[in-house]
Design a binder for this molecule. Structure first.
Ligand code: NAD
Length: 529
C-alpha cells in the first residue's frame, strides 16, 4: 500500500501453473453462469420483475447473467439515495477513502483470475486481454488512492503576510458513472473509484453487454467495506434510464466512456438547466477514435507490421485505441501489405475460453451486423480485401480479422469508427501526405508513427494531433500512470484517465483566507490548522 505507484505485472500464461489457474477460474465461473442479479440502491437489493440477459458472444446460447431493467422511478431513487449518502460520505477523511481503495486493489488481486474469467465469458476477451483489463483495474485503484493522498496534502499557494491561506479540494456530489462494455472492469472501476475516493457518491449504470463483471466489482466494493449507498448499482437500458439519471437536478456530474453519439447526447442533456438545479453539471466524456499508424519508408517494417496487426486485432479491434488505419509510405506499401497479411493469417479465431485463441467473437448481434456492413461498404468503395472478410454468426458473433487494402483517404471506412476487426490500409505519397491523412478525421485519440528518421519523429510530436501518440511502437496498451489516457476533438473532453490531473475533474477547490489578528502568530496558526 505504501510507496511509489508501480504497474501491476501481467500474468505469463505460457507458464503451466498460470494457465492451469486460469482454466480452473473459467470452470468455476462457468458453474455460476445464468444467475439473476438485483439492482442495489442504498444497500437494498431490488428486483423489478422485468429482466434482460447478458450472453456470451462466443456462445450465444450461454446466458452469463440475468439483470433487472430499472424503472424511471428506481433510477430517480438511485440518484436521491446517492444524494442522501453524500451528506455523510463527503465528510469522511481522504485518508480513510484512500485506505478503502487500497483494500479494493488487494481483493481484486486475490480474485484476479476470477475477474478475468468473467470477462472471457461475458465479452469474449482472450486470456491475455482479460488479464490486462484486470491489471489495469488494480492499477487505477492503486494510482487513484495515492492521488487522493496527494490532492489532500497542503497545496502550494503564495503566502501573504498577515493571513493564513489554504486551498482544499472538496467533492462535487452525485456522480452518474456510465461505462462501456469494452473495458468492462478497468474503465468501469476507474471512473467509479475516482468518484468515491474523492468523496462523491455514485449511480453506476453499467453497459447492458457487461453487467455481470460490474456486479462482481460491486461485490468487491462491499467486501472492502464501502458503506451502503456510496455506490448504487443500476442496470437497465441506457435509453430508458440513462436520460433520467443524466437529467436529474441532483446529479452533479456525469463520467461517461462510450461512443461519440451517446457522449454528445449526454453532454447536451446535462447542459440543460433543470428546475431546482443549483449548479452547472460537469461532463467528463471519453469517446470514440479512428486511430492510425503511419509507416514511413525508412522504418523497421517487421516491427511496424507486428505493431499494426497487434493494434488492429487485439480484442477483435474493439478498443477505442485500436489501429483501424495503416497509412503506409508508397515506397514500402506492397512489402508492408504482404507482411501485414502474413501476420493476420496466423491469428487464431475462436472461443476466448481457449487459451490458444488470438481473437474471438465481437460483442453482439448489432455489432456483428454493423461491422459486416462496413466490410461491404469498404469493398463497394473500391477497397480490396486481402485478408479475412468472412464471418460466421451461427454459434457466436465471429468475424475474421479483415484487411482491406487500397482504401482511399476520405472513404467511409477510413473516416468512421468501425469498432471491430477491420483494418483499412491507405497508400500515402510521402510522410507529409501521411500526416495529413492521419489528422483528417473528426477524432484524435491515439496514433503511432514508425520511422527511423529522428526529424520525422519530432514532426509527428508537433503535428500528429492525438491525445496519445506512440513512436516506433503499437498504438494500444496505455498503462496507468505511464500513459495517462484520453483524446482530442470528438474523442472526448480532453481528460486523461490514469494521470495526475484526473481526480481534479471529480472535485472543486475551496479556498479560505483567515486574517491573523495582532498578537497571533501566523506560522503557529498555519501549523495548528
Ligand atoms: P455506447 O455509447 O453505446 O454505450 C456506452 C454506455 O452508455 C453504455 O453503458 C450504455 O448503456 C450507455 N447509454 C446508452 N444510451 C444512453 C443514454 N441515452 N443515456 C445515458 N447512457 C446511455 O458505447 P459502447 O458500445 O458501450 O462502447 C464503445 C465505444 O466506447 C466506442 O466508441 C469506443 O471508442 C468508446 N470508448 C472510448 C474510450 C476512451 O477512453 N476514449 C475507451 C473505451 C471505449
Amino acid at each position: 500500500m505504501d510507496g511509489e505507484f508501480r504497474n501491476e505485472a501481467f500474468t505469463d500464461f505460457s507458464k503451466d501453473e498460470n494457465a492451469q489457474a486460469m482454466r480452473a477460474a473459467i470452470e468455476r465461473v462457468r458453474g455460476e453462469l445464468g444467475r439473476e442479479y438485483p439492482l442495489v440502491i442504498g444497500g437494498e437489493r431490488v428486483k423489478t420483475g422485468r429482466t434482460f440477459e447478458s450472453i456470451n458472444p462466443a456462445k450465444k446460447t450461454e446466458v452469463v447473467g440475468t439483470f433487472q431493467k430499472a424503472t424511471a422511478e428506481l433510477a430517480r431513487r438511485s440518484v436521491e439515495t446517492a444524494d442522501e449518502t453524500f451528506k455523510t460520505w463527503s465528510k469522511t477523511l481522504p485518508e480513510e477513502r484512500a485506505r478503502l481503495l487500497f483494500t479494493v486493489a488487494e481483493i481484486l488481486r486475490e480474485r484476479r483470475h476470477e475477474m478475468s474469467a468473467w470477462m472471457v465469458l461475458e465479452v469474449g476477451k482472450t486470456w491475455g486481454e482479460a488479464d490486462g483489463d484486470t491489471a489495469e483495474a488494480i492499477d487505477f485503484c492503486e494510482f487513484y488512492a495515492r492521488e487522493m493522498l496527494r490532492y489532500s496534502a497542503p497545496q502550494p499557494i503564495t503566502k501573504l503576510e498577515g493571513e493564513v491561506n489554504r486551498l482544499e479540494y472538496i467533492p462535487l456530489g452525485v456522480g452518474v458513472v456510465i461505462p462501456p462494455w469494452n473495458f468492462p472492469l478497468a474503465i468501469m472501476a476507474g471512473m467509479t473509484c475516482a468518484s468515491f475516493v474523492t468523496g462523491n457518491t455514485v449511480v453506476l449504470k453499467p453497459s447492458s453487454d457487461a453487467p455481470t463483471i460490474a456486479y462482481k466489482f460491486f461485490e468487491v466494493l462491499e467486501a472492502a467495506g464501502l458503506p451502503a449507498g456510496v455506490v448504487n448499482f443500476m442496470t437497465g437500458s441506457g435509453a430508458e434510464v440513462g436520460d433520467v439519471v443524466v437529467d436529474h437536478p441532483r446529479t452533479r456530474y456525469v463520467a461517461f466512456t462510450g461512443s461519440k453519439e451517446i457522449g454528445l447526447r449526454i453532454n447536451e442533456r446535462a447542459a440543460k438547466h433543470q428546475k431546482g438545479q443549483i449548479w452547472i453539471k460537469r461532463v467528463v466524456a471519453e469517446m470514440g477514435g479512428k486511430d492510425a499508424i503511419i509507416v514511413d519508408a525508412d522504418s523497421d517494417l517487421d516491427e511496424a507490421a507486428t505493431g499494426v496487426v497487434q493494434s488492429a486485432f487485439g480484442f477483435q479491434g474493439q478498443k477505442c485505441s485500436a489501429c483501424s488505419r495503416a497509412i503506409i509510405h508508397s515506397d514500402v506499401y506492397d512489402t508492408m501489405l504482404e507482411k501485414i497479411v502474413e501476420r493476420t493469417a496466423r491469428l487464431k479465431l475462436g472461443d476466448a475460453a481457449d487459451g490458444a485463441t488470438n481473437l474471438s467473437a465481437v460483442i453482439n448481434q448489432k455489432a456483428f451486423k454493423t461491422i459486416s456492413d462496413y466490410i461491404e461498404r469498404g469493398k463497394a468503395d473500391g477497397g480490396r480485401v486481402v485478408a479475412g472478410g468472412g464471418s460466421d454468426g451461427e454459434e457466436g458473433f465471429y468475424i475474421e480479422p479483415t484487411v482491406i487494402a487500397d482504401v482511399k483517404a476520405g472513404a467511409t471506412i477510413e473516416q468512421e469508427e468501425i469498432f471491430g476487426p477491420v483494418l483499412a490500409v491507405i497508400r500515402a505519397k510521402d510522410f507529409d501526405d501521411a500526416l495529413v491523412i492521419a489528422n483528417d478525421t473528426e477524432y484524435g485519440l491515439t496514433g503511432a508513427v514508425y520511422t527511423n528518421d529522428p526529424e520525422k519523429l519530432e514532426r509527428a510530436k508537433r503535428e500528429f494531433h492525438v491525445g496519445n501518440l506512440y513512436l516506433n511502437r503499437k498504438c494500444t496498451g496505455a498503462l496507468v500512470g505511464v500513459n495517462p489516457f484520453g483524446g482530442f476533438n470528438m474523442s472526448g473532453t480532453d481528460s486523461k484517465a490514469g494521470g495526475r490531473d484526473y481526480l481534479g475533474l471529480f472535485m472543486q477547490a475551496k479556498v479560505w483566507a483567515e486574517k491573523v489578528r495582532a498578537g497571533e502568530n501566523a506560522k503557529e496558526k498555519r501549523t495548528a490548522s
